[in-house]
Design a protein around this ligand. Structure first.
Ligand code: AMP
Ligand code: GLY
Length: 421
């Protein structure tokens, strides 16, 4: 098959790496890709949020199957355009991707499906949001309704902070994403991510993970897109996963199908777990980044068969061959991230690192300049290892990190602490 992956991050590098291990892949193009992806696949310049452009590109390059990595093309309806043109695609329709693109929509689906989640109110003006806060004291969570690159959530610890957050949202600080606001009960517990494939009807779990959202060791400092992840997440036991499937995920997927907007793709459920019970924090309509990197490391070549089966509505016949393994990824980010950072700093030592089924450096934001790798983003490298235990994987990942010579970057030294502690 000729396969096109849309995206340019470490998530897409790991998807490309897994797809290439599968003999069904004849040709792989990644658009736009990055310097690490260019080492293993063809990269193409393409506006991946323009459905018409993606359809033409797929046609010109005899593409049989398109895998959509990030949320922006999903929210723009690129999967719909491809399906309308008769191209097989992995990724939900625009209507189904609203599970990520609109927090209020997700709340409505949870209510209809009777899925446990935080109590909430949905507002389109500051006055009624402020009035709701008068009856709902802090701690409380204020969210911009739309896509805000992970920055649209404010956890207010005092009533004053909550009022300020509401004003900030309606002041336009979050652009169109903040024109509608969801105010939510603060949920206490331990967070974990649950990944399932859906084909519109069937649901197949493909792994659990935990992310490290804060920039600093010991979970300090501002939030980021994720500074590291590992899989599996021990807190998401088989029993809790079953409960999440029965109480949250399957009823929500059935509700989506009932509305005539079946969900097809990967569903990323962010769960809050307390006293053995999961509640939904959020859905994402894509793989997590960097969670995808640890899932791909564990699934290897079968990842492609599973994704392909989801796209062809054949998930009922699939099963995952699990190994008793663990994977971890450490993000190396540019100094200053998640604030301002420079691009173009030289990264050395990558050539000497092992690249095999247990050790991989996935590139998140790199470019080539004068024959060397240079940084080209905030999150730059995902140093990933797999082992029989999480401790073994962690030790190897940090060995690789130490061998990378990049004065322009930094990393957290405690990825995996919750599971190892
Ligand atoms: P979201 O974009 O909805 O995932 O929110 C980002 C992060 O904010 C989550 O991963 C949680 O850590 C936190 N968060 C969101 N909603 C809640 C909530 N209702 N209670 C506690 N923490 C939350
Ligand atoms: N790592 C969090 C996310 O992908 O949303």
């Amino acid at each position: 098959m000729n396969i096109l992956i849309l995206g340019s991050g470490g998530r897409e590098h790991s998807l490309a790496w897994a797809v290439l291990q599968n003999p069904k892949c004849d040709k792989l193009i990644v658009a736009p890709g990055n310097a690490g992806i260019a080492m293993i696949a063809d990269c193409a310049t393409l506006d991946i949020n323009d459905g018409g452009a993606v359809v033409s590109f797929a046609d010109e390059n005899n593409i049989d199957f398109v895998i959509i990595g990030p949320e922006a093309p999903l929210a723009a309806g690129v999967a719909d355009d491809l399906r309308a043109a008769g191209v097989l695609v992995f990724g939900p329709s625009k209507a189904a991707a609203a599970l990520e693109a609109s927090k209020a929509f997700t709340k409505e689906i949870c209510a209809a499906a009777n899925a446990p989640t935080a109590a909430y109110g949905h507002f389109t003006d500051a006055a009624s949001a402020r009035a709701y806060l008068a009856d709902h004291p802090a701690p409380i969570v204020i969210k911009a309704d739309g896509l805000a690159a992970g920055k649209g959530v404010i956890i207010a610890l005092t009533d004053a902070e909550a009022l300020e957050a509401v004003d900030t949202m309606f002041d336009g600080s979050f652009g169109a994403a903040g024109e509608e606001v969801v105010i939510e009960e603060f949920m206490d517990g331990e967070e974990a991510s649950f990944f399932v494939l859906c084909d519109g009807e069937n649901v197949l779990p493909i792994g659990t993970a935990q992310d490290h959202k804060r920039v600093g060791d010991g979970d300090t400092g501002p939030n980021t897109g994720g500074m590291g992840a590992y899989s599996p997440a021990p807190v998401l036991t088989d029993a809790i996963a079953e409960r999440a499937l029965d109480d949250i995920i399957r009823p929500c997927m059935a509700e989506m199908a009932r509305r005539g907007t079946p969900y097809q793709g990967v569903l990323y459920a962010g769960l809050m777990i307390k006293d053995g019970a999961p509640r939904l924090v959020e859905y994402n309509a894509r793989f997590g980044d960097p969670e995808c990197q640890v899932l791909m490391m564990r699934l290897g070549a079968q990842a492609f068969d599973l994704i392909h089966a989801a796209a062809e509505q054949r998930l009922a016949e699939m099963k995952v061959n699990w190994a008793e393994d663990h994977a971890i990824t450490v993000v190396m980010a540019a100094n200053g991230y998640p604030g301002d950072y420079a691009k173009g700093s030289v990264i050395k030592g990558l050539e000497d690192l092992p690249e095999d089924s247990r050790n991989m450096v996935f590139h998140a934001g790199t470019a080539r300049a004068d024959g060397t790798f240079v940084s080209a983003g905030g999150r730059v490298l995902n140093v990933t290892a797999r082992g029989d235990t999480l401790a073994e994987a962690q030790a190897r990942a940090y060995e690789m990190v130490e061998a990378i010579d990049w004065p322009g970057g930094f990393f957290r030294r405690d990825i995996g602490w919750r599971a190892l502690g």
